[in-house]
Design a protein. Structure first.
Length: 496
């Protein structure tokens, strides 16, 4: 097979991947690539001055953000003396397998790619992502770090034209992504000195302090007897029949996730007024939570509950970026910022990343545990740290609001958006049938404790004045510019 045909087939496979992310298109790409004999895989730097696309144009398989926009056709070809990371068919094949969550088949083509070009940062980036997917955190960190170092000489990008399937706008900056991911995993692994050195490539002023990363999120002996302004956690919170029903509604294979289009990544939630008399399970559950938390926070003026849920695999999760809970409709339509009186997280599983909450300079950390209830004042910055492990992190969230619903409801395409009404049972909302009432339970006596905390949750960075941009699609805001919490307050109107 001629080299030109190898790249024509590779380009056709990329077209299949970028047309849509259906399994049929991905399998079609795999079939095309498997027709290329291994002996015809390009060797190191072979003909790299030709019109080859960059492998960075492929996004992280976990992001599932494949573009379908029209491509530009190439005009002239500019030669380059550097060994540019051209679109290696083995990289694309490995990516296609990963897109189908077939980790084992992806190993061989990726190894072939790395054998023929050990320092190719694009292959290293995909290799690191693969390792992270199977929770091999230290090898993944080292691969990301190596990719960030080997790609330094490739910036700025050489002025090469691209094949008709790849546009300049699609090119992922390998150095940016690999460095950021190395910083993220390095922080999780406790390699804070290495992380500080790598952060010098970015323009950032603060990071989550190493002390908070190191803090063990174990239960404390600090019992909270009454009213408090600090976060609280309550173990073994729900009676068994309430806990079992909630788990059934939000188990990983439940209808809820598919019928609400959770995989799209858009934000949606449901608003239930306190005066609602539906007598369904959610009504029972929220009244139970309200009564329990009333001992610790002033909830007398609460008029409604905002509810939503999340589920994420452990090893492949980057956590959740630092943010405030807000009235999303009010932010978008009236440019006003309102927070719930209290925000609460209920853990359905004991897996996944730890929750962190910040107030001024102080930071609390809470570990996951099935049937644990965690609450904090709703105007506090919070997020979820990344983690290893293969378990699933599933949580049910509640915002206790002192305002009635003004807007909200349907989002783009007529789908549920922030503060939607609960849907009626129907062909597309079978999940709602799961919330019929159960035997009502009296509020049990519980023991609330204050989670562990550190007094200085953010560390000031002095020499991080680089010009590499943090990749927005994976920025968790654990490293950020500006003046501490002011950075997050100024960005409240920024779209999530």
């Amino acid at each position: 097979m001629e080299l030109e045909e190898v790249f024509e087939r590779t380009g056709a496979a990329v077209y299949c991947l970028q047309s849509d992310d259906s399994s049929d298109s991905i399998n079609q790409a795999i079939d095309i690539l498997l027709e290329i004999p291994p002996t015809h895989v390009p060797e190191t730097g072979e003909n790299c001055d030709k019109n080859y696309a960059y492998a960075e144009s492929l996004p992280d398989p976990s992001s599932k953000k494949l573009s379908s926009k029209k491509r530009k056709s190439p005009t002239n070809t500019t030669t380059s003396s550097t060994a540019d990371p051209f679109l290696h068919p083995s990289i694309v094949l490995s990516y296609a397998y990963l897109s189908l969550h077939l980790l084992q088949p992806s190993v061989t083509p990726l190894s072939l790619s790395l054998n023929s070009w050990p320092s190719n940062p694009s292959s290293l980036l995909l290799h690191a992502s693969n390792l992270r997917s199977i929770s091999s955190l230290l090898p993944s960190f080292l691969a990301y770090k190596k990719a960030s170092q080997t790609s330094t000489s490739l910036l700025p990008l050489p002025q090469l034209e691209f094949v008709d399937l790849i546009s300049v706008e699609d090119v992922i900056n390998v150095r940016s992504k690999s460095t950021y991911m190395a910083c993220l995993l390095g922080s999780l692994l406790g390699r804070h000195e290495e992380v500080e050195e790598m952060l010098k490539g970015f323009k950032v002023d603060f990071r989550i302090a190493p002390e908070l990363w190191r803090l063990k999120a174990e239960e404390t002996n600090v019992i909270v007897e009454g009213s408090t302004k600090n976060p609280i956690e309550i173990r073994d919170f729900l009676p068994q029949n309430y806990f079992s029903r909630l788990r059934d509604i939000f188990n990983p294979d439940a209808a809820f996730w598919e019928e609400t289009d959770y995989s799209s990544g858009r934000y949606y939630s449901y608003y239930i007024p306190v005066k609602d008399k539906s007598d369904n399970f959610f009504d029972q559950l929220l009244k139970y939570m309200h009564s329990s938390l009333g001992k610790y926070y002033d909830l007398q003026n609460v008029k409604g509950y905002e509810i939503w849920a999340h589920t994420r695999m452990g090893g492949n999760s980057l956590g959740h970026w630092l943010h405030y809970d807000t009235d999303e409709w009010g932010v978008d339509n009236r440019k006003i910022v309102r927070h719930p009186k209290v925000s609460a997280v209920f853990y359905l599983e004991g897996e996944g990343g730890e929750t962190v909450v910040f107030d001024e300079g102080r930071g609390w950390k809470v570990g996951t545990e099935a049937n644990k209830f965690f609450a904090f004042e709703g105007d506090k910055l919070h997020g979820v740290l990344p983690c290893g492990g293969e378990g699933r992190r599933t949580t049910f969230m509640v915002g206790f609001w002192e305002v009635e619903k003004e807007g909200g409801g349907r989002g783009k395409g007529g789908k549920d958006g922030p503060w939607s009404d609960l849907p009626r049972a129907g062909r597309r909302s079978n999940w709602i049938r799961e919330i019929e009432e159960v035997e009502e339970e009296e509020v049990r006596e519980v023991v609330a404790k204050e989670p562990k905390s550190v007094e200085e949750a953010f560390e000031k960075l002095e020499d991080c004045k680089g010009d590499v941009e943090i990749p927005k699609d994976i920025d968790q805001r654990f490293f950020f510019p500006g003046e501490g919490l002011e950075y997050f307050q100024k960005n409240l109107f920024e779209a999530d």
